[in-house]
Design a protein around this ligand. Structure first.
Ligand code: ADP
Length: 908
């Protein structure tokens, strides 16, 4: 048959075989590839094992080590070499307590196929205890021969601790559950949860006693479940029942007293021995737990909200400085936080900042204390300040909270600068300054204060006055007083002020003006006391001096006869001196505070004064003027007034001082002087005129005399003519005498030229007697002169005195009839000398008596001769000029006595 196979059949056969070969070839190729792959895999496995996180080791069937991965060093602290060198090391590092576990595990049968897993504790080379999860896997070759064990050890310390923690938590929870109020129940699985049994806890939980609920007698348990939760409870319980599992459900109960409680129910379906099916379980009150959880949720939500609202930038950074997570607090554009993620801070920060930050991270992780870092970063064209708070948030992680503090830093810098300035200022001031806290402890004192108390910068802070006594024993008393003064200031509650005398360290007493200002917190507690003091010793001395000077001034002003008044800016009298009140007659109390107008001064005077006051206030310069005032008792008086501005320490004029002097006498004297001057001028003119006139008279008179002389000598004159000539001669002589007398008078009036000296009166009088005797001879009058022996020299102008006395004597000759007597008698007393001229003449009548010294007065107008009526007037003028007087005594028909009395000066 085969032989008869057709070509076609053969071809088909070849094709099939070829295909088989191809498949085989492909298989071979695949097998080769697989071999290669496997060889590569083996290498890879080793690499994987080498780099594996867990500690891998392989054992031969006899238990000796074949391979140990390098991770063993990280987990145990021992190197692979140490394990190879010491076969007992493996068991040695297992804690003795866990040796049993280890040993049991090593007993296992090599024939077991699946992995074996145990957990035990080891002690690392550094003594630290770690939990290991040890997984053994038997390794077999393709034929199934046992090659040994592959072992993987994983450090599960953290997980173990977690478990322990969880276990502890469960225990706590169980304890809690046990102590929670709750009730055990058994009920039908119907919608009303008809109760068949209820424990005592029912009353506390629901408010109903168990019998009320059994068989729904008073109320069904299902009615106590919150309507909104009923469906949920039903479904949960039915699910559990269907699955044959216990069910657990949390829902709300409404108690008998309208209270809502959260309950946790756990139960299951049971079948009783009688075949009935019931639900059995425990219901417990978890209201508190729910509330706590809710509160926790709320607080978490709040924390999150808070976190979201925090304007800070937060990073989670690992130990190496890699940014893991961030929360952008809206710092926004200046910090591209997103770009930081996954990158090292050494890449994104300037090198120095990165180094500082890394250092802070290390410290935060090591110390678990918060680290604060301040730095500057450029933002735009300015530098901004940032503060980073670094706090450990895990073993290898920190939270880094970054906040921009540019404004704060600037404010702080400004504050520091201003503080610095303030400190300089405070220390530079000579005033003493001290801040104390509410308990009287010194917080800050300036240099002046420290100097005064002999304290140093180091010694005073935080101490009370009492405590400082030890440091400043010399100021013991002051510190004691200061304490009670502080208490007074506190009690007063506001600024208090007073003078204190404090001796300086040299013992010199200084006066201080002390101000104390207590400061309080809004709740009224004492906050601080500011004590300020100024050395006013100099001022005090000056004040005292001023006071004394003012006292002196006052005495001066009070006793001053001038009028003194002080006027304020409202033009009211602030002060008047007694002279002023005396003048106005208005008492002091009624004067001060009044204006001049209110005091009733005349309008024109008020206007004059007010204008002057205003001017001085405006210009600050004093003025002077005169005024007249009708003084109530004294009549019109003249005043000279000075108004002066009074300046305070600084600022414009505040008050004026007016001093007025009564110048009435001066005024009158001046007026008299003027009158006198005018009179004198008039007399001088008259005298001048008379002199000229007499001169003019003399020439024609001398011609008349000469003519008359010639006539008398010529023999042709008859008797009548002789008499006529005699008459003319007599009249001419009268005119001549008149002219002489007038000249004398005019000279004495206008330009008297006395030449005073000390002269012998007896000589003058002897001369006069001699001349008078000649005159008296024709009338046969007896002339006698009686002089005392000790007649002193007299202060006089001798020729004028002679003229005065001669005139009197000449009158005595003229008015005494023939045969009479004229006596010139001088008498003395201690102060004066008296020259008496007595005659036995006709005397003077009463009508004439008052007028005999008037000019041109003559008792007998008809008589001329020698009598021009000027003799006695001239005598009086001369005696007046000698400070003397003339007295007259006369009896008509008997005679007259004239007495000239002259004063004697001390040296006479
Ligand atoms: P007369 O030039 O008139 O003497 P007097 O001034 O000397 O002027 O005297 C004035 C008058 O006083 C005389 O006119 C006379 O009446 C009277 N009188 C002066 N002296 C005497 C005297 N001794 N006896 C009487 N009468 C006298």
């Amino acid at each position: 048959m085969d032989a008869q196979k057709s070509n076609a059949e053969l071809l088909e056969e070849i094709t099939r075989l070829r295909a088989q070969v191809a498949v085989l070839e492909a298989d071979a190729a695949r097998h080769q590839q697989t071999e290669q792959t496997r060889r590569g895999d083996e290498q890879d496995y080793r690499i994987i094992a080498d780099t594996a996180y867990d500690w891998e080791y392989w054992c031969n069937p006899d238990g000796t080590l074949r391979y140990v991965s390098p991770a063993c060093e990280r987990i145990t602290g021992y190197t692979p070499a140490q394990f190879f060198a010491d076969s007992g090391l493996l068991r040695e590092i297992v804690l003795p307590e866990d040796h049993a576990v280890w040993d049991a595990h090593r007993q296992h049968d090599a024939g077991e196929s699946g992995p074996l897993e145990v957990q035990f504790r080891i002690r690392r080379a550094n003594g630290e205890v770690r939990w290991l999860e040890h997984v053994c896997q038997p390794v077999r070759d393709e034929s199934g021969a046992f090659l040994g064990w592959r072992v993987s050890n994983r450090d599960i310390t953290d997980r173990k601790q977690d478990e322990l923690q969880r276990h502890k938590n469960r225990q706590v929870l169980e304890t809690l559950m046990r102590n929670l109020p709750g009730m055990v129940y058994r009920c039908l699985n119907d919608h009303r949860w008809t109760m068949k049994f209820l424990s005592e806890g029912c009353t506390v939980l629901t408010g109903y006693d168990p019998p009320d609920l059994l068989d729904n007698r008073v109320i069904a348990y299902g009615d106590l479940i919150h309507p909104d939760d009923r469906k949920h409870v039903w479904q949960t319980v039915q699910e559990g029942v269907r699955a044959g599992d216990p069910y657990e459900v949390v829902y709300r109960l409404q108690t008998r007293y309208g209270k809502e409680k959260w309950v946790w129910e756990q139960g299951r379906q049971i079948t009783l021995s009688d075949g009935s099916v019931l639900l059995e379980g425990l219901i417990t009150d978890i209201t508190i737990r729910i509330r706590v959880e809710e509160a926790l949720r709320r607080s978490e939500a709040r924390s999150r909200a808070l976190l979201d609202a925090v304007p800070d930038l937060m990073f989670q950074v690992d130990r190496e400085g890699i940014f893991l997570r961030y929360h952008d607090g809206g710092m926004g554009t200046c910090t591209p936080a997103m770009e930081f993620l996954g990158r090292s801070m050494f890449d994104v920060f300037p090198a120095s900042l990165a180094t500082r930050t890394k250092y802070a991270i290390d410290r935060a992780l090591a110390s678990r204390d918060i680290q604060i870092l301040q730095y500057k970063l450029p933002a735009g064209d300015e530098l901004r300040d940032y503060e980073a708070r670094i706090v450990a948030s895990g073993d290898d992680e920190v939270a880094m909270i970054v906040r921009e503090i540019t404004t704060r830093v600037r404010a702080e810098r400004a504050l520091r600068a201003s503080e610095e300035r303030l400190r300089t200022l405070i220390n530079a001031t000579p005033d003493i300054i001290c801040f104390k806290d509410g308990d009287g402890r010194w917080l800050l004192a300036n240099q002046a204060m420290l100097d005064l108390f002999g304290l140093t910068e180091a010694s005073y802070r935080g101490k009370t006055d009492q405590e400082l006594i030890a440091f400043s024993p010399t100021q013991h008393d002051i510190l004691t007083i200061s304490y009670s003064a502080d208490q007074h200031a506190w009690a007063q509650g506001t600024l208090s002020r007073g003078d204190e005398v404090i001796p300086n360290p040299d013992g010199e007493e200084r006066a201080f003006d002390i101000i104390k200002v207590p400061l309080f917190y809004p709740d009224g507690k004492r906050k601080a006391l500011v004590v300020l003091g100024r050395d006013i010793t100099e001022r005090k001395t000056a004040e005292e001096l001023l006071y004394r000077r003012e006292e002196g001034f006052r005495t001066l002003v009070e006793n001053n006869p001038n009028l003194v008044a002080r006027v304020d800016r409202e033009l009211r009298l602030q002060y008047v001196n007694p002279a002023m009140t005396r003048m106005t007659g208005v008492p002091y109390e009624d004067t001060v505070g009044k204006t001049s107008a209110e005091l009733g001064f005349p309008d024109e005077l008020v206007t004059l004064w007010n204008t002057a006051y205003e001017r001085v206030f405006q210009t600050g310069k004093g003025v002077a003027f005169e005024f007249t005032y009708e003084v109530p008792r004294d009549g019109l008086r003249y005043f000279e007034s000075h108004i002066m501005p009074e300046f305070p320490e600084r600022g414009p004029v505040q008050t004026l001082l007016m001093i007025s002097r009564d110048i009435t006498e001066k005024k009158e004297a001046a007026e008299q002087r003027v009158t006198l001057a005018i009179e004198r001028e008039r007399v001088a003119i008259l005298a001048h005129f008379l002199q000229n006139l007499s001169h003019e008279f003399r020439t024609p008179l001398s011609i008349v005399y000469t003519g008359l002389d010639a006539l008398q000598r010529s023999a042709q004159l008859d008797e009548r003519n002789v008499q006529r000539v005699a008459r003319i001669q007599e009249q001419a002589s009268y005119v001549g005498r008149l002219v002489d007398a007038m000249m004398t008078m005019a000279q004495l009036d206008g330009d008297p030229r006395y030449v005073f000296g000390s002269h012998d009166l007896s000589m003058i009088l002897s001369d006069i007697q001699h001349e008078i005797e000649t005159l008296a001879k024709p009338k046969n009058l007896a002339v006698t002169l009686e002089l005392p022996d000790d007649l002193p020299f007299v202060h006089c102008d001798p020729s004028e005195l002679r003229r005065a006395v001669f005139n009197i004597c000449e009158n005595a000759v003229d008015y005494t009839p023939e045969g009479g007597a004229i006596t010139i008698r001088v008498s003395l007393d201690s102060s004066q000398v008296q020259i008496e001229v007595a005659d036995t003449g006709i005397g003077i009548g009463d009508d004439d008596f008052p007028h005999i010294f008037e000019r041109f007065y003559r008792a007998d107008k008809a008589r001329t001769g020698r009598h021009a009526g000027l003799g006695l007037a001239i005598s009086k003028t001369i005696i007046d000029a000698h400070q003397g007087t003339i007295e007259v005594q006369s009896t008509l028909g008997e005679g007259s006595t004239f007495r000239v009395i002259l004063p004697l000066t001390a040296d006479q």
